[in-house]
Write a protein that binds this ligand. Structure first.
Ligand code: KIV
Ligand code: ZN
Length: 513
């Protein structure tokens, strides 16, 4: 098959995905996800928006310095300072790309940019020219393209290609497009722009109407050869097109789509689990490809068919997307080296000996409580170690709850607050409520609880519970994580983690602003 039939997979989990409220990631978390994306053979990793914050700059730089087999990209508005910052972050990349954008729809140009169309064209050309002076690989996006005028798009695209843009991205920024219309626009652009053959056409679809994957695939049928997507469909508002759905649709329906990707699909489920555990966004059980029930056949008729001939009800295998592979069970007799090796195989190696020692100590504690330890437990152990490591202001020392039928639940909590021990008691409608009230009475953060969720990491009553606590304070949203076989302790850890994140006060700029 010729290369012209290969679709470039551009992953923006670390940039657009991170724009989901509460999905902020640290530099190390981003680096871990980037390594997994590289292992999955993603072509382009959009590592962040270098000008947004010092943290984002450092994350893009760390990924550009480390990842060798994928192109590393930074977003930048069509502004000199953004482009220079992106270039600086990408300086050591083996293969780097600057992705610059400006809005092209009448509504965005008039109200947001307050610019005339001619000025927008001029700024776009200037931005691409500046980016090309820093890097060969430059992508240009027309923000809100699906609500932009066709002739204006042709004009700006022709000029930015002349200025050196190699990839032209057509975003459906507000998730407004429908497949036939979007495909027709892509086909017409490619047909009408005289120098269209000098660039690869890309699409970037949001999921506000639940059509992001359908729109992206329709665009591929019309000639787009790059799809921008995210693991688990994470992203601004209703999210972006989901990487796993795009890749597996292309693979499973090669007969009709006639294109391929370079992705190692067996790395999809590990990537999904990693992104879910880092962001605290659980994957719904019926989510295509990566949901826990995506390959579960419940009805008798289906099970009977499957037993007689798998393909009666199965269009792809669970193994092909990474379910059930390498599911090594560890126990209390497993040693430190086996533990380290398994973490490395899971793509989640620890950053330092101290982190390894801490995670290994937690592993031994867990092995005393739980007979068999699965990969999911190991991933939770490491994220729990990370959640509690570093210069945290608050640390959970001890917790005691009483919960009895007919009695009001009560919780006594001891925290280390900046190295000083403090204790408090509270009652609540349940033991978790009482524990959160006891913690808040000491910390007095004034934050509001936006989300509380508990997931059993594996099956069985001895499973660890992984808790996500989302707090909001003054418009800032953070997600705290905690894991333990005791869900009240896991809840307290998650709450304390979220308070530490609020305390760290990481501020980010938003690309669309
Ligand atoms: O949705 C969008 O338009 C974007 C651009 C910055 C590519 O994320
Ligand atoms: Zn977007």
């Amino acid at each position: 098959m010729s290369d012209s039939n290969r679709v470039i997979i551009f992953d923006t989990t670390l940039r657009d995905g991170e724009q989901s409220p509460g999905a902020s990631m640290t530099r190390d978390e981003k680096l871990r996800i980037a390594r997994q994306l590289e292992k999955m053979r993603v072509d382009v990793i959009e590592a962040g928006f270098a000008i947004a914050s010092q943290g984002d700059f450092e994350a893009v730089k760390a990924i550009a310095d480390t990842v060798r087999n994928s192109t590393i990209c930074s977003l930048s508005r069509a502004l000199d300072k953004d482009i220079d910052r992106a270039g600086e972050a990408l300086r050591n990349a083996n293969s780097g790309r600057i992705h610059t954008f400006i809005a092209t729809s009448p509504i965005h140009m008039k109200y947001k940019l307050q610019m005339q169309p001619d000025q927008v064209v001029e700024q776009a050309v200037k931005a691409v020219t500046r980016a090309r002076n820093l890097m060969d690989d430059v992508e240009f996006s027309l923000e809100d393209a699906s609500r932009s005028e066709f002739d204006f798009m042709c004009r700006i695209i022709e000029q930015v290609i002349d200025a050196g843009a190699r990839t032209i991205n057509i975003p459906d920024t507000v998730g407004y497009a429908v497949p036939q219309e979007f495909a027709a626009t892509i086909a017409r652009l490619i047909q009408n722009i005289p120098n269209a053959d000098k660039a690869i056409f890309s699409v970037h679809c949001h999921n506000d109407l639940g059509l992001a994957v359908a729109n992206s695939l329709a665009a591929v049928s019309a000639g787009a050869r790059q799809v921008e997507c995210t693991v688990n469909g994470l992203g601004e508002r209703a999210g972006n097109a989901s990487l796993e759905e795009i890749v597996m649709a292309i693979r499973t329906r090669h007969d009709t789509l006639g294109v391929t990707t370079n992705i190692d699909s067996t790395q999809i489920v590990p990537a999904s689990k990693l992104v879910s555990s880092v962001t605290g966004f659980p994957v719904q059980p019926n989510k295509a490809i990566v949901g826990a029930n995506a390959f579960a056949h419940e009805s008798g008729i289906h099970q009977d068919g499957m037993l007689k001939h798998r393909e009666t009800y199965e269009i792809m295998t669970a193994e092909s997307v990474g379910w059930h592979t390498n599911r090594m069970v560890m126990g209390k007799h497993s040693g430190r080296n086996a533990f380290r090796a398994r973490l490395e195989e899971l793509g989640t190696s620890v950053a330092s000996e101290a982190e390894l020692n801490d995670a290994f100590a937690r592993f031994k504690d867990l092995a005393d409580k739980k007979h068999e330890i699965f990969d999911e437990d190991l991933m939770a152990l490491v994220s729990d170690t990370r959640a509690t490591a570093g210069n945290e202001t608050y640390r959970l020392s001890s917790l005691r709850v009483t919960s009895q039928t007919g009695e009001v639940p009560e919780s006594s909590v001891t925290l280390m607050v900046n190295g000083q021990e403090q204790s408090a008691q509270a009652v609540g409608s349940g033991p978790v409520d009482a524990t959160f009230k006891a913690i808040e009475s000491m910390v007095q953060s004034g934050s509001s609880l936006e989300l509380y969720s508990v997931n059993a990491i594996t099956s069985g009553t001895d499973s660890q519970g992984e808790v996500t606590v989302r707090l909001e304070l003054g418009g800032r949203i953070v997600n705290g994580l905690g894991a333990d076989t005791d869900i009240i302790i896991a809840s307290a850890k998650a709450y304390v983690h979220a308070l530490n994140l609020l305390e760290a006060n990481v501020q980010k700029a938003h690309p669309q602003v």
